[in-house]
Design a protein around this ligand. Structure first.
Ligand SMILES: [Zn+2]
Length: 127
């Protein structure tokens, strides 16, 4: 990771960014992780599912992130009774609170915070 602010940020709306599988660069756009709410503007070309622009949560390799993702996945996986969902949501909120100090953002340069979308990968992959 670099702390320099003169790194080049690529605008994903223009097709001028590196596009070979495995290329990695910083984007003007910002990606938010729906699991842990970390921010990143690191983009990798390739990966799963299918080839393309991928933004991976910087915490995706952490065990606690997997735990949290499993709980969030449960919320969406089956139709649950409302009371169960509320319990689960409460548990997730408590986990997020507990993991707060562990959440790492990965922002380099001065990206545009108005251009925010969800990370494409909440688990790590090899490009
Ligand atoms: Zn995350």
């Amino acid at each position: 990771m670099s702390d320099t602010n003169d790194v080049q940020l690529y605008d994903l709306r223009r097709k001028t960014y590196p596009n070979q599988r495995g290329d990695s660069f910083r984007s003007l756009q910002v990606f938010l992780c729906p699991i842990c709410a970390a921010l990143t503007n690191k983009v990798v070309m390739g990966g799963y599912p299918g080839y393309g622009v991928r933004a991976v949560c910087p915490n995706s390799v952490e065990d606690w992130h997997h735990n949290l993702e499993d709980r969030v996945g449960l919320l969406h996986k089956f139709p649950h009774p409302k009371s169960y969902k509320e319990e689960l949501q409460k548990e997730i909120d408590e986990m997020r609170e507990a993991y707060k100090s562990l959440i790492k953002n990965d922002i380099v340069g001065n990206p545009d915070m108005n251009l925010m979308s969800a990370v494409t990968n909440t688990r790590s992959f090899h490009a």
